[in-house]
Write a protein of this length. Structure first.
Ligand SMILES: *[C@@H]1O[C@H](CO)[C@@H](O)[C@H](O)[C@H]1NC(C)=O
Ligand SMILES: *[C@@H]1O[C@H](CO)[C@@H](O)[C@H](O)[C@H]1NC(C)=O
Ligand SMILES: *[C@@H]1O[C@H](CO)[C@@H](O)[C@H](O)[C@H]1NC(C)=O
Ligand SMILES: *[C@@H]1O[C@H](CO)[C@@H](O)[C@H](O)[C@H]1NC(C)=O
Ligand SMILES: *[C@@H]1O[C@H](CO)[C@@H](O)[C@H](O)[C@H]1NC(C)=O
Ligand SMILES: *[C@@H]1O[C@H](CO)[C@@H](O)[C@H](O)[C@H]1NC(C)=O
Ligand SMILES: *[C@@H]1O[C@H](CO)[C@@H](O)[C@H](O)[C@H]1NC(C)=O
Ligand SMILES: *[C@@H]1O[C@H](CO)[C@@H](O)[C@H](O)[C@H]1NC(C)=O
Ligand SMILES: *[C@@H]1O[C@H](CO)[C@@H](O)[C@H](O)[C@H]1NC(C)=O
Ligand SMILES: *[C@@H]1O[C@H](CO)[C@@H](O)[C@H](O)[C@H]1NC(C)=O
Ligand SMILES: *[C@@H]1O[C@H](CO)[C@@H](O)[C@H](O)[C@H]1NC(C)=O
Ligand SMILES: *[C@@H]1O[C@H](CO)[C@@H](O)[C@H](O)[C@H]1NC(C)=O
Length: 809
């Protein structure tokens, strides 16, 4: 299963109300509340199903937020394992029945979505309850669900124990809660604020922590406070979260509490790790509905209040909800698909939705520094990112470099980390550069270039798990990361996969250098991007020769390395096998084919990779794992041997079997929208080679796809698939911008200002399109090498004979 948060690149910015019941007998019935009866004239939001990926390690956050919103408010359950986004429907461990529904423990205002590794956040919690004040036991507050319904920008659910209906919606930096208490609750209606909550994990070293916090002030309509937390996903250091929770109705009683005891002191309850919070009591005899707006800030409690007061100027739940839903609708409308079945449309828009949950737009909320551009405008700041919103995110990455020394590969809770391979911000920068996506020249490219060179040249040493390229000096000295690092550190650490990724990063940098006319750098990094060849060894396995293998610094290979070892553990190959990674040379597939024994052998190897009958693949995903990024490109590699149709068939099979509209419909962690983006691209029939200027043409799932390419211009890309049907999946003929198009790929400049891709579909593989000797394959580095006559000589002559592994060990 995927545990990978690596940055995934999409070159077009990708970016709601389907009711459901958690169980047929507890089907949702709309409470007779004004706000839920509203009919919004919306279309695409209707296709987003937030249940998808809430089970089977998808780790999807189903709560309420804006696209890229900083505040993500949702219900968290009391099931303690692996609930990265706080929510789970039911238990899935031995002894707990699959239909057991977990309790709602709390409502929390900050979350991440789709992450692997460990949970993060789940902080600043608030829950309405009904009880007589003297009988409240603050340590055992939770409730079964009576119903729940999640839609983009809006959630509604019932707390069965208290007979309370909760509704949630959000703005970028604030959440609006609406609690409807039961008729007879009278003056037993409370709201409990708890700042000691966070998402816990079973492992002691990886779990988040609550250090301390404070309630600065409480009165009958407002509570201000702060919590200090650390750990979780990137094992990051402490960060403070401030909040300002305001109520539309004056409380009849309010107090702080400390260690679950209502202290009845109002101010500054220090914590020292003890749970602390506040309690407000309302008399709901005359008004059953209590609204609370909660502002969040990473700067100060005062700013948290300002955030909430400016974004939610009154307590108009209907209005804020409507704006949130509309914000989603606007983003989803950037890609309109027609002419496909509703199931496909549901998976499509749900996937598209998930690509916009993260990163979190924290512009104006960076406590470490504040940056302004030449026009005096604040530079955008994003956190929790492992995925995209191109120009703004690139600016944020560069700004982080400027202030902290490296661009993040992943970042959360104000800190860089964890790296899983290369310095993959390089890929995003390069792609933005070569595709000329920064149309308004908002990016400081000379600073960006410095950031790239820092990644390529400066070994981050002990910080290598958090930023830059771990073991970079080895890579620079030898052209690969040697296996000794394994023995010296006592365990392996992705030496092979890091080498492969560094080479791909170097290629990306070379493209930027080329575009900036920095010839020496271009030659240097282009040359360095061939370093992957240093780990290629002609080992034979299952009839195939040539694999990426671990290698010692003396040049000898660890030839006994098991090509299928080992999934999930800490090995020279991060979350993958040598078999999988021996395809990961996105910039020089031509050379890869050559080293693999030529096109015929390469095709056989690809076929083997996707052969369903092989037990390795079926049960262990050892040849190919769609649930993880290293394999993302592999299905498109048939394009490099003139067999586009094989990619088409295969991708359709993967989409059909691995992506569904049920709760476990995502293969592995969603990885902050990465799985979603893989699906979205393939559903519209194209797929980018990340970090390069290449889009493969595959086979759309919709007859008519309309993509708005930018917010600021009218450029539209239309993809039309004539004659498309469940059986007519193969491209017979293509036309791009009115011209017949022979290639099975195109460049961004072909569509960057808008364009029209027309495909004629048929049931049989075309004998004329996408095949034949004349066909121009997508570009590869080694073609260019021939053109420029630049040499590549490995600094070490491999000794193919000796194998001293055991000795070394
Ligand atoms: C639905 O929930 C009820 C009550 O919790 C339970 O008895 C029943 O088995 C559930 N049915 C399904 C299909 O999960
Ligand atoms: C639940 O509802 C679905 C869809 O309406 C139906 O197919 C299924 O049979 C129902 N299950 C039960 C246990 O009622
Ligand atoms: C949404 O629905 C309205 C009317 O129901 C229709 O006029 C409009 O074209 C639809 N928009 C899209 C993007 O499908
Ligand atoms: C609250 O509940 C906890 C857990 O059941 C229990 O240990 C504790 O004694 C209770 N506190 C009071 C004041 O009843
Ligand atoms: C509250 O109780 C009433 C009456 O039993 C019931 O109809 C309603 O669904 C309950 N609401 C919630 C949120 O549990
Ligand atoms: C409110 O009414 C419900 C159902 O009639 C009952 O179970 C509950 O105890 C009552 N709550 C209070 C606070 O009286
Ligand atoms: C709540 O109502 C009860 C009965 O009406 C009354 O005795 C009690 O003082 C009230 N409590 C508060 C905090 O107002
Ligand atoms: C509660 O605090 C807020 C913010 O400081 C203030 O506006 C409000 O007047 C206070 N309410 C009372 C009753 O003092
Ligand atoms: C809290 O303090 C106020 C004022 O000192 C007092 O009136 C009230 O009864 C106290 N409440 C509790 C629960 O101790
Ligand atoms: C495709 O969709 C676009 C936008 O909805 C529409 O303008 C166009 O007419 C459609 N084209 C075809 C051929 O259906
Ligand atoms: C597709 O191929 C089959 C078998 O070769 C042939 O019978 C059929 O006529 C072909 N269909 C079309 C539309 O060409
Ligand atoms: C290319 O790399 C090889 C091996 O690291 C090195 O020997 C050679 O000098 C490099 N060539 C250029 C032009 O940088």
């Amino acid at each position: 299963m995927a545990r990978r948060n690596r940055m995934i690149l999409l070159s077009i910015i990708l970016i709601i109300i389907l009711g459901f019941s958690i169980n047929n007998t507890t089907r949702w019935t709309a409470p007779s509340l004004e706000s839920t009866n509203e009919v919004l004239n919306l279309n695409l939001t209707n296709f987003v199903d937030l249940r998808i990926g809430t089970e089977n390690e998808g780790h999807i956050f189903p709560g309420a937020c804006l696209p890229f919103g900083m505040v993500k408010v949702g219900l968290d359950t009391d099931f303690s394992k692996d609930f990265h986004a706080g929510y789970t429907v039911r238990g899935d461990v031995t002894g707990i029945s699959r239909t057991y529904l977990t309790n709602i423990k709390v409502i929390r205002n900050l979350h991440v979505s789709g992450t692997g590794g460990e949970a993060k956040y789940g902080v600043i919690s608030q829950l309405p309850i009904v009880a007589s004040l003297s009988e409240i036991n603050l340590s055992i507050i939770k409730s079964p669900r009576s119903f729940e319904r999640f839609t983009p920008g809006y959630s509604i659910f019932g707390l069965k124990r208290y007979n309370i209906t909760v509704e949630l919606t959000a703005t970028r930096r604030a959440a609006l809660h609406q609690y409807t208490y039961p008729e007879n609750a009278s003056n037993n209606s409370h709201v409990i604020i708890d700042i000691s909550h966070f998402l816990q994990q079973a492992c002691a070293w990886c779990t988040g922590k609550f250090h301390d916090g404070a309630i600065y002030s409480v009165n009958n309509t407002q509570v201000k406070g702060m919590g200090r937390y650390s750990g979780g996903w990137n094992l990051g250091g402490p960060y403070k979260v401030y909040f300002c929770s305001q109520f539309d109705t004056p409380a009849i009683f309010y107090s702080t509490w400390w260690n679950f005891l209502i202290t009845n002191t109002s101010f500054d309850v220090g914590a020292d790790g003890h749970p602390i919070g506040a309690i407000l009591t309302f008399d709901t005899k005359s008004t059953r509905v209590i609204r609370s707006r909660v502002g969040i800030s990473f700067i100060s409690a005062t700013q948290a209040c300002q955030n909430v007061e400016s974004e939610i100027p009154n307590f108009d739940f209907i209005q804020i909800k409507r704006e949130a839903i509309k914000a989603w609708e606007r983003e989803l409308e950037k890609i309109v698909v027609e002419g496909g079945d509703n199931e496909a449309k549901t998976i499509f828009y749900s996937s598209l939705y998930r690509t916009m949950l993260m990163p979190s737009d924290r512009t104006g909320e960076n406590p470490k520094w504040e940056s302004f551009d030449n026009n005096g405008k604040i530079i955008p700041h994003y956190d929790d990112f492992y995925a995209l919103r191109q120009v703004d995110i690139v600016r944020s990455l560069i700004d982080i470099y400027k202030n902290e020394g490296y661009m993040p590969d992943g970042r959360s809770g104000l800190e860089n980390g964890i790296t899983q391979g290369g310095s993959n911000a390089d890929m995003l920068l390069a792609e933005t550069f070569i595709k000329n996506i920064d149309r308004n020249s908002e990016i400081d490219w000379s600073l960006a270039y410095q950031a790239l060179l820092k990644d390529a040249e400066v070994d981050p040493w002990s910080r290598g798990l958090y930023e830059g390229r771990l073991f970079l000096n080895w890579y620079k000295k030898l052209g690969y990361i040697p296996t000794e690092v394994l023995t010296r550190m006592g365990y392996a650490f992705s030496q092979c996969s890091r080498t492969l990724e560094y080479a791909a990063n170097d290629y990306a940098i070379s493209l930027v250098a080329k575009g900036m006319n920095k010839k020496m750098d271009y030659v240097k990094y282009r040359n360095r991007s061939r370093n992957w060849e240093n780990l290629w060894y002609p080992k034979e396995f299952q009839g195939f020769t040539g694999f990426i293998l671990p290698r010692f610094s003396n040049g000898k290979f660890y030839t006994e390395w098991d090509i299928m070892d080992t999934y999930g553990g800490v090995t020279p190959f991060y979350e993958g096998t040598s078999w999988e990674y021996s395809f990961y040379v996105p910039h020089d597939i031509k050379k890869l084919i050559e080293l693999s024994g030529g096109p015929i052998k390469f095709e056989e190897r690809l076929d083997k990779t996707f052969d369903n009958s092989d037990p390795y693949r079926l049960y262990l995903n050892k040849y190919f794992n769609i649930g993880n990024e290293p394999s993302f490109l592999t299905p498109c590699l048939y394009h490099y041997i003139g067999k586009q149709w094989k990619s088409v068939k295969l991708i359709r099979d993967i989409m059909k079997t691995k992506f569904r509209s049920d709760r476990s419909g995502i293969p592995g962690n969603d990885d902050s929208g990465a799985m979603g983006s893989w699906y979205v691209f393939h559903a519209i029939g194209i797929f980018p080679n990340a970090g390069q200027d290449v889009y493969f043409i595959n086979s759309p799932h919709f007859k008519n796809v309309t993509i708005k390419l930018s917010d600021s211009s009218d450029s539209i890309l239309t993809i039309l698939a004539y004659n498309l049907s469940p059986t007519n999946i193969y491209v017979q003929l293509a036309r791009l911008n009115g011209k017949f198009w022979e290639k099975t790929w195109f460049k961004h400049s072909d569509i960057g200002n808008g364009g029209k891709l027309e495909l004629w579909m048929g049931a049989n593989v075309s004998e004329t399109w996408g095949v034949g000797k004349h066909l121009i394959y997508p570009p590869s580095l080694s073609e260019e090498a021939v053109e420029t006559g630049l040499p590549f000589i490995s600094s070490i002559e491999p000794d193919l004979v000796v194998d001293e592994v055991l000795e070394k060990k």
